[in-house]
Design a protein around this ligand. Structure first.
Ligand SMILES: NC(=O)c1ccc[n+]([C@@H]2O[C@H](COP(=O)([O-])OP(=O)(O)OC[C@H]3O[C@@H](n4cnc5c(N)ncnc54)[C@H](OP(=O)(O)O)[C@@H]3O)[C@@H](O)[C@H]2O)c1
Length: 286
């Protein structure tokens, strides 16, 4: 059985939708904190069980019979939680119940020295997987295109994109990543360890996003460089938790250092077509 964690989230939900195009619902199980969020999946015949990365007993039950497990990276850090402790629990349960291969949603910034805090967590998780003795594949996802929208929502609205110095990013959509992850999950040609960067085929920085969004909206959008201190003060005044502020500032530093700038044909190869570009994505979503 294929088990998908995080199936109530944006990526996990799309992965399950894609899996249903490859295999029958009987072969898919999902593990979610709140089964009420995925009633539609249960109705389609997918096995739904409650599972929380912080509760090993719940995972043992939710993952029973798992041959392949998709471990969606925890987003606990943004709210002060400990994603690495959660991943360690998940990997330990997977070993205990005899999972044959873990697929983990990593990111292109995965490195012990990344400026981006989640990049350091991804590297630490990949190290745990390497030590686990279980076969593993880490899908090194490009930076979510949806994050560009989320981080700049106010700026697109006011016509002013503000932030510290940044750099080029190979923005990548949830739709393309979910289709690729599902194909890897059901595929015969398993990749051992980290994949090549699974990215969109072009890189855009904040100034590029301002230009493209301005063209699409028919209104000029400016890009202004402001200091980290100003960003931090504004975020704290808006009540954004410290963990989320650290991730946001880490993103600017990592982007400036080129950590998200790699593009690679691997995603297009898996999809059999070009990934969606940012202009099309913004047109659909702005
Ligand atoms: N590649 C990138 O650029 C990028 C950008 C942002 C995030 N990410 C990572 O990608 C992951 C998936 O993205 P997404 O857009 O699908 O995020 P999302 O919509 O926030 O989904 C996160 C999923 O993780 C589940 N989850 C959270 N804590 C859990 C726990 N303790 N035990 C079990 N499940 C738990 C959530 O369950 P609930 O529905 O119960 O909350 C939800 O299903 C994120 O969690 C984050 O680690 C990557």
């Amino acid at each position: 059985m294929l088990i998908v964690t995080g199936a109530s989230g944006k990526l996990g939900r799309k992965i399950v939708e894609n899996l249903l195009r490859h295999v029958s619902a009987r072969e898919i199980g999902v593990s979610v904190r709140d089964p009420n969020k995925v009633l539609d999946m249960a109705a389609s015949g997918v096995r739904v069980r409650q599972g929380d990365f912080s509760d090993a007993a719940s995972l043992r039950h939710a993952w029973a019979g798992a041959k392949r497990l998709l471990l969606i990276s925890s987003n606990a850090a943004a709210t002060g939680g400990n994603p690495l402790a959660q991943h360690a629990t998940a990997i330990s349960v997977a070993r205990e119940i005899g999972v044959e291969r873990i697929f983990y949603t990593s990111q292109v910034s995965s490195s012990a020295t990344s400026y981006f805090p989640p990049g350091r967590d991804h590297a630490a998780t990949e190290a745990m997987l390497a030590e686990s003795g279980i076969a593993w594949t880490a899908m090194r996802h490009g930076f979510y295109a949806a994050s560009a929208l989320m981080m700049n929502k106010r700026g697109f609205h006011t016509g002013k994109l503000e932030g510290p110095e940044d750099g080029k990013v190979a923005w990548t959509t949830h739709d393309d990543l979910a289709a690729a992850d599902a194909a890897l999950l059901v595929g015969d040609a398993a990749i051992d360890g980290p994949t090549a960067p699974l990215t969109g085929s072009e890189c855009l920085d904040l100034a590029d996003l301002a230009r493209v969004a301005g063209e699409l909206l028919g209104e000029p959008i400016s890009r202004t460089v402001v200091s980290e201190e100003d960003v931090k003060a504004n975020a704290q005044a808006a009540g954004i938790p410290d963990g989320a502020v650290a991730v946001m500032l880490g993103y600017y530093r990592a982007a400036h250092a080129g950590e998200f700038a790699a593009t690679d044909p691997a995603l297009a190869k898996i999809l059999g077509c070009a990934p969606e570009n940012m202009r099309t994505f913004l047109k659909r979503n702005l």
